[in-house]
Design a protein around this ligand. Structure first.
Ligand SMILES: [Zn+2]
Length: 89
């Protein structure tokens, strides 16, 4: 199941982006999306992400589990039968 979370700053509360990945894989392998007009979160030399605005540490906020959508088919199955038309006499 996919998990998506906001990357929020401890220092200023700014949401620097979102991270998305499978729930059983390491968070460092997640895909990062920019939600801020300032760009993507910055990465420190030790690999940790920091706030795009102030450089503060980030934490995961508003964690959401994304359920895969079921595949639906709208095709007509079976045969189409026509009703007998009543004749006017
Ligand atoms: Zn910040």
């Amino acid at each position: 199941m996919l998990v998506r979370a906001d990357l929020k700053c401890y220092a200023c509360g700014h949401v620097s982006g979102q991270i998305e990945g499978e729930e059983n894989m390491p968070i460092s392998q997640g895909k990062i999306y920019a939600t801020s007009p300032l760009g993507l979160p910055k990465r420190r030399p030790d690999g940790r992400l920091t706030c795009v605005r102030c450089g503060g540490p980030l934490y995961l906020d508003d964690v959401t589990y994304i359920h895969p959508r079921p595949v639906r088919s709208f095709g007509v199955s079976g045969s189409v039968t026509q009703r007998p038309v009543a004749k006017a006499s």
